[in-house]
Design a protein around this ligand. Structure first.
Ligand code: ATP
Ligand code: MG
Length: 270
C-alpha cells in the first residue's frame, strides 16, 4: 500500500553535467506516468529543469522559487506550484535571480531551512518531491539536503566519476550531525552509460564496489533523445517514448517504486 507521506529526494552531485536535471525531469515524468503525484523543485539559477518542462521565464502568480525562499511568511507554499504538460507532474520554477540567493541567504535567520519550510508542508499532497540541485555544495544545495529525506546521486560513467564524492559524503555527514539527522542516501544512478566502451563497465563496477546495493540496477544510457528533449521543453516520454532514454527512465521509476514498496507499473506509455 502507498505510504501516507510523500518522499522528498534531493538530486545532488556538486560535479556539473552528470545528469541531475535530466534525471529530475525524466524520473519525475516517468513516476507521474505511473500515477504518482510528483512535484519538481528547481533550485538551480541555470533554470535547466524549468526550461526542460517548457516553463522557462514562467512562474506562478505568487512568484518562483526565489520568491518562495526570500519570503519570510509562507502560509501556503502551493501558491508557487505550476502544472506541466504531463498529468500529475508539477513544478516550482527557478529564476535567474536565484544566482544572488547564495549571497542573500547568508545573513538570513535559519538560512539552511528556508527550503524545508516550503516543501515539508506539501509532502502529504505528493508521492514524490524531487529537488534539482545546482552543481555546487553552496547554500542552495545545503537547503535541499536539509529539506529532503534522502539524496539521489547521479554519476556519469566517466573517469573521475567518484572524484569529489568524498566531499558530498562529508557534507551529508555534517548535515546529519546538526540539521537533518535522518538524511539518507536513497540511491546512486549511473548515467550517460556508453556500452560500446569498456570504460562504462569499469566505472559501473567501481561505483557498485563503493556504494553497494545503493546503486540502482537500471543504468541510463547515453541517448541523443535525452539531450534533444529539453530544447523542445518536454520530458523524453513526450518527445520520443520509444527511445532508449525514455525506456531507461521508465525502468528507473519502476525500480524506485518497487524499492519503496509501492505498486508496480502495470503498463508503460503506449
Ligand atoms: P548541471 O550540473 O549543469 O546542473 P546536470 O548534472 O543537471 O548539469 P544535465 O543538465 O542533466 O546535467 O546533463 C548535462 C547535459 O547532458 C545536458 O545537455 C543533457 O541534455 C545531456 N544529457 C544528460 N543525460 C544524458 C544522456 N543519458 N544521454 C545523452 N545526453 C544526456
Ligand atoms: Mg542541472
Amino acid at each position: 500500500q502507498t505510504p501516507p507521506m510523500g518522499k522528498i529526494l534531493a538530486i545532488a552531485n556538486q560535479k556539473g553535467g552528470v545528469g541531475k536535471t535530466t534525471t529530475a525531469v525524466n524520473l519525475g515524468a516517468s513516476l507521474a506516468l505511473a500515477d504518482q503525484r510528483v512535484l519538481l523543485v528547481d533550485t538551480d539559477p541555470q533554470r535547466n529543469l524549468t526550461s526542460g518542462v517548457g516553463l522557462k521565464g514562467q512562474q506562478a502568480p505568487a512568484g518562483n522559487i526565489y520568491d518562495a525562499l526570500m519570503t519570510d511568511e509562507v502560509a501556503d507554499p502551493s501558491i508557487y506550484v505550476m502544472s506541466t504538460n504531463v498529468t500529475g507532474l508539477f513544478v516550482i520554477p527557478s529564476d535567474r535571480n536565484l544566482a544572488g540567493a547564495e549571497i542573500e541567504l547568508v545573513p538570513m535567520l535559519a538560512r539552511e531551512t528556508r527550503l524545508r519550510r516550503i516543501v515539508q508542508p506539501m509532502r502529504d499532497r505528493y508521492d514524490y518531491i524531487l529537488i534539482d540541485c545546482p552543481p555546487s555544495l553552496g547554500l542552495l544545495t545545503l537547503n535541499a539536503l536539509v529539506a529532503c529525506d534522502a539524496v539521489l546521486i547521479p554519476l556519469n560513467c566517466e573517469y573521475f566519476a567518484l572524484e569529489g564524492l568524498a566531499d558530498l559524503v562529508g557534507t551529508l555527514k555534517r548535515i546529519r550531525a546538526v540539521l537533518n539527522p535522518a538524511l539518507d542516501i536513497d540511491g546512486v544512478v549511473l548515467t550517460m552509460y556508453d556500452e560500446r566502451t569498456n570504460l562504462g563497465q569499469q566505472v559501473s563496477t567501481e561505483v557498485r564496489d563503493f556504494f553497494k546495493e545503493k546503486v540502482f540496477h537500471t543504468v541510463i544510457p547515453r541517448n541523443v533523445r535525452l539531450g534533444e528533449a529539453p530544447s523542445h521543453g518536454m520530458p523524453v516520454i513526450l518527445y520520443d517514448v520509444k527511445s532508449r532514454g525514455a525506456e531507461a527512465y521508465l525502468a528507473l521509476a519502476r525500480e524506485m517504486l518497487a524499492r519503496n514498496g509501492r505498486p508496480p507499473l502495470t503498463s508503460t506509455a503506449s
